[in-house]
Design a protein around this ligand. Structure first.
Ligand code: TIU
Length: 735
């Protein structure tokens, strides 16, 4: 796949103290607090005695700036200052300091008091919202901030990191207050900021504005840059798609579907007029044809008429192609352990099948963003296994070779994406189910930090270690899905807030290019096949080529945590996730390998004492792993491992199902035990004969590496994975 959506483009504008250079893909426009309360008569600013004429003069230039940045496809962030209705997030320093001044000549209204546009600076009130001229488009970020600065008590740092933003163009009101504070805060967090003179203004225009802007760029750019609007418009405007002249209609011939199912490519094609109906038609033809190659991908396929109807409904619902929801017309599959209201969830285990009345949170979310449901995919029974050979619905094979396994448990999900029947799949990952199958099918498998995507509505395999995973065609696609799905869910007991701690970013210079990575020691890699070892060494070289510094890493917490998963008591949680007596009552209806595995767990007669010892060991290893990814001289940014040590043939797994399975998890088992995030990324292919030793064997098999990082360091990890993916694409083009 060529990387059509990702080419670096560095723009440069005249600025103080020197030219400001930025790549629009890594730059966001920050529009600070252009709210009625600050800009219009009888608002908070007016009541405080602010110069309204001065601040209103910034609306028109800000609109021009907004349109140019939107046209260039940049990330847009609008902020609104304000408080909860009960003012519980408003400190006394904001509420009473000014009104308490002994010589206060201003009217005594404070935050929360009733003004003519509603309660002053209170969320949900008319005056709190952004002025009509600058209204955010659907999908643009709106940050509600309780402070003057944009970073205090908001998730903006996380959101910007998630989008790999390193540079900020800053506008809005007031120059002396929220604009300046936000630039100073952003500077501490590592962003390169450029304020736009005409697109900011203050209540003390003449005396403060110049001083505030000078303070930003003083001393060779103490806090950042300041530029004029026109030079910026000059470099951004050529990036806007051509506008249709007034009165004309868009091109009449419907755009044909070029077969590119990548999420970002489809988003662009839909903007340019492609119909989701054409996409549905094309993929059902492909799905039909693929049934003769592999009949074991789907457990339930949505009727084509239903999918077409859903596509047509999207067309009527969203008439404006410049304001589409983020997953408009994106086809996807769902692992059949994830609930969809009205459809059976089988978990590839007919005795456990049930028809839920409520869909999983993640399913509802992607549907509400316009995605198109295509079907439910096959999996290893009870989401237990890494092979794809443990389902009563058949054994899917790798999209690369009919004799080789697809991997499991998300077998059908990975094949549906690998064969390009859908753009993405909602799957799960407990011991590696969201990483191994994508690895065996040449696609991306991303397992966000546990608890950051809701697990509600998913049949558990091992509840305290389960998480939703995303299978996609590219890292950028996986990242987009993550941004749509990530949300704290108070009804999911394992949900955790997305913000762990603040870690600065590196926007420019050598630090922005380099990163530290660790790999397993040579003894651990001996488990790998010869081609896997050769390919892993090549991947290490590629990582070094893009600025990676191979750093000695303590492998022991990862190794020990991996063993804890199946050799310890945690595997008992798989039984705890099933109804009482389930095994006894359904023995004959279960897959024989699952029965063997569960019987072995029962036979261990694990005690509560052993379980507590394991929990304590888990806490120790998690702390040790955390220090491997720490923010320190010895810490690494990512651990890089082969996703799986080898490829098995289906026949090999059938002969020795349990041992072959556990071998596959050597580099995945520890991921959820240690609360890490992980993403498996394709790293090239090698000839089948290199593995089999049989000269006549034709075809190739995919190699994959997995990046892992600490809890809630997803954004940083994904950006490195994306850079690696880009280097693999680059080397393919040269080859
Ligand atoms: N008072 C004042 O100048 N400004 C604010 O309180 N907020 C912003 O600047 N947005």
């Amino acid at each position: 796949m060529s990387s059509a959506v990702d080419h670096p483009l560095v723009l440069s504008v005249d600025a103080k103290p020197y030219a400001f250079s930025f790549d629009p893909k890594h730059t966001a426009l920050l529009v600070i607090d252009m709210q009625r309360d600050f800009l219009l008569a009888k608002g908070f600013g007016d009541i405080q005695g602010g110069n309204l004429e001065a601040v209103q003069a910034s609306i028109a230039p800000t609109k021009k700036l907004l349109e140019a940045c939107r046209g260039a496809g940049m990330t847009m962030v609008h902020t609104r200052e304000g408080h909860k209705a009960d003012l519980s997030d408003c400190p006394s320093s904001k509420l009473v300091r000014q009104s308490a001044a002994p010589n206060n000549a201003q009217p005594s209204l404070v935050i929360g008091d009733k003004g003519e546009m509603g309660r002053l600076l209170v969320r949900g009130e008319y005056g709190h919202d952004i002025v009509d001229e600058l209204r955010p488009f659907p999908g643009e970020m709106v940050i509600d901030k309780p402070g003057k600065g944009t970073f205090w008590n908001t998730n903006i740092l996380h959101m910007l990191k998630a989008r790999a933003i390193t540079h900020l163009i800053v506008s809005g009101v007031t120059t002396e207050c929220c604009f300046a504070t936000s630039i100073r805060e952003a500077n501490d967090r590592g962003f390169e900021c450029c304020g736009i003179e005409e697109a900011t203004s203050g209540y003390n225009d003449a005396c403060f504005k110049k001083a505030t802007l000078d303070m930003i760029h003083w001393s060779q750019g103490l806090f950042g840059f300041v530029a004029n609007l026109q030079p910026l418009l000059d470099v951004l405007t050529p990036l806007s798609p051509p506008a249709h002249p007034a009165g004309s209609t868009p091109p009449q011939t419907p755009r044909a579907f070029d077969g590119d199912l990548r999420l970002l490519s489809l988003q662009k094609a839909y903007k340019d007029g492609l119909s989701p109906v054409s996409v549905v038609e094309a993929i059902y033809d492909k799905i039909e044809a693929y049934k003769s190659i592999d009949p074991a991908v789907w457990i339930y396929l949505e009727k084509k008429e239903n999918a077409l109807e859903a596509a047509k409904a999207l067309l009527t619902k969203y008439l404006d192609r410049s304001a589409l929801p983020s997953l408009f017309g994106i086809p996807f599959s769902v692992k059949d352990s994830i609930d969809i209201a009205g459809l059976a969830t089988t978990t590839a285990c007919p005795p456990l099948a049930h028809v839920p009345s409520v869909s999983a949170v993640v399913y509802d979310k992607v549907i509400s963003e316009g995605a198109l449901f295509i079907g439910k995919t096959n999996l290893d029974q009870l989401a237990t296994g890494l092979t794809g050979c443990r389902s009563p619905y058949g054994i899917p094979h790798s999209v690369f070779h009919k004799d080789y396994i697809s991997g499991g448990s998300s077998s059908g999900s990975a094949v549906s994406v690998g064969a390009q029947l859908v753009t993405f799949s909602l799957a799960t990952d407990t011991a590696g189910s969201g990483r191994v199958p994508p690895g065996f099918n040449g696609v991306v498998g991303y397992k966000p930090t546990r608890g950051t995507l809701s697990f509600r509505g998913v049949t558990p395999a091992c509840l305290s270690l389960d998480c939703v995973s995303l299978i996609a065609l590219t890292v950028a696609d996986a990242r987009t899905l993550w941004q749509v799905l990530e949300d704290h869910d108070p009804l999911d007991p394992y949900s955790k807030p997305t913000i762990a701690f603040e870690r600065h970013i590196n926007s420019i210079g050598r630090q922005a290019k380099t990163f530290k990575f660790g790999v397993p020691p040579a003894e651990a890699l001996l488990l790998c096949s010869l081609p896997a070892r050769r390919m892993f060494n090549e991947a290490i070289r590629k990582l070094q080529d893009i600025g990676g510094v191979l750093t000695p890493t303590d492998w022991s917490p990862f190794e020990k945590a991996g063993r804890l998963l199946y050799d310890g008591t945690f595997v008992s949680e798989r039984l705890a996730s099933l109804p009482a007596d389930f095994l006894e009552r359904n023995r004959n209806a279960l897959h024989p390998v699952i029965v063997e595995l569960m019987d072995a767990v029962v036979a261990r007669q694990s005690t509560a004492v052993q379980a507590y010892r394991d929990m304590q060991a888990k806490a120790i290893y998690t702390r040790q792993a955390g220090s491997v990814f720490s923010y320190s001289a010895t810490g690494i940014d990512v651990l890089v491992v082969p996703t799986a040590p080898t490829h098995w043939k289906i026949s090999e797994v059938l002969e020795d199902p349990i041992r072959k399975n556990s071998h596959l998890g050597e580099f995945t088992h520890f991921g959820n035990v240690l609360d890490l995030c992980a993403v498996a990324v394709p790293a090239g292919t090698y000839p089948v004969k290199e593995l089999s030793g049989v000269e006549e064997d034709e075809g190739g098999l995919p190699f994959s590496i997995t990046f892992l990082s600490g809890s809630r360091l997803d954004a940083e990890m994904l950006e490195l994975a994306r850079r690696f993916e880009q280097s693999v694409e680059g080397s393919k083009k040269i080859a």
